[in-house]
Design a protein around this ligand. Structure first.
Ligand SMILES: [Zn+2]
Length: 209
C-alpha cells in the first residue's frame, strides 16, 4: 500500500457520515496561525483545533517571510470583503517550536552552501533565538504597510519534548505595535540632540532588506 492509498483509505473514515459541508468560509475563531511545517508541530493536534476554527499557514520555521506578508495582507482584504466591512481584523498567532530544523539554517556555512548550490537564500527562515526571532517577525509585520493596524498579533513557543506551549507575546494590535515603535522614536528624539533612528535591541535588522 502506498502512502497516498493509505491516506485515501483514512479519508474514507473521515468522509463517512460527514456533517460539515455547509461550514462558513471564515474561520470560527477569527484566527490565522503561522507555524513551522515540522510534522511534530501539527496545530490540529497540539492546540486541539477543530475543523473550520483557524486558518493555518506553515513554512520552514514558521517565519514571517515576504510571501507570508502577502498571504496575510490578502486574507485581511478578503475577510473585510466577505463581511462587507463589518470585520476589519483577525488574530494572528505566531508559533515557533523547540528543536526546529530552521535553527540549522542559521549556520553561515549551511546558508552559503544553499545559496551556492541552489541559489536559495534561507536567511529569512533561520532561527537563532526564539524570543528575539519572534520579536523580529512582529517587527517585519509592523513594517509591512499592506497589513492593517487592526490585526491582533501574538506569539508563543511549543516545546516538542513536553508538548507544552508558552506565551511569548500577549495579543496586541499591529497598530499598537506600530505606535509603540513611534513612541520609542519620539523618546529617542527627545533624549538626543542628534536624533538617530533607534536600533531595536530585540529585533535584528531584517535579513529581507
Ligand atoms: Zn520547525
Amino acid at each position: 500500500m502506498t502512502v497516498q492509498s493509505d491516506l485515501i483509505a483514512r479519508n474514507k473514515l473521515f468522509a463517512s457520515g460527514f456533517e460539515h459541508g455547509d461550514m462558513p468560509i471564515l474561520p470560527k475563531l477569527r484566527t490565522v496561525l503561522l507555524t513551522c511545517a515540522d510534522a511534530r508541530v501539527d496545530p490540529a493536534h497540539v492546540l486541539g483545533l477543530d475543523l473550520g476554527e483557524v486558518i493555518v499557514i506553515r513554512n520552514n520555521g514558521g517565519r514571517v517571510t515576504h510571501s507570508v506578508i502577502k498571504e496575510i495582507a490578502t486574507l485581511a482584504v478578503l475577510a473585510t470583503a466577505l463581511t462587507e466591512g463589518r470585520e476589519q481584523g483577525f488574530n494572528l498567532i505566531l508559533m515557533q517550536h523547540t528543536q526546529c530544523g530552521a535553527q540549522r539554517l542559521a549556520n553561515p556555512e549551511v546558508q552559503f552552501m544553499l545559496k551556492n548550490k541552489l541559489g536559495i537564500d534561507v536567511s529569512e527562515y533561520a532561527i537563532t533565538d526564539h524570543e528575539s526571532d519572534l520579536a523580529g517577525d512582529i517587527a517585519r509585520l509592523a513594517a509591512a504597510p499592506e497589513i492593517p493596524d487592526t490585526i491582533i498579533v501574538s506569539a508563543m513557543l511549543y516545546d516538542v519534548s513536553t508538548g507544552a506551549v508558552r506565551e511569548i507575546s500577549a495579543e496586541k494590535s499591529l497598530g499598537d505595535w506600530r505606535r509603540g515603535e513611534i513612541d520609542d522614536k519620539q523618546l529617542n528624539l527627545e533624549s538626543s540632540t542628534q536624533p538617530q533612528r533607534k536600533k531595536r535591541s530585540t529585533a535584528p535588522e531584517s535579513p529581507l532588506e
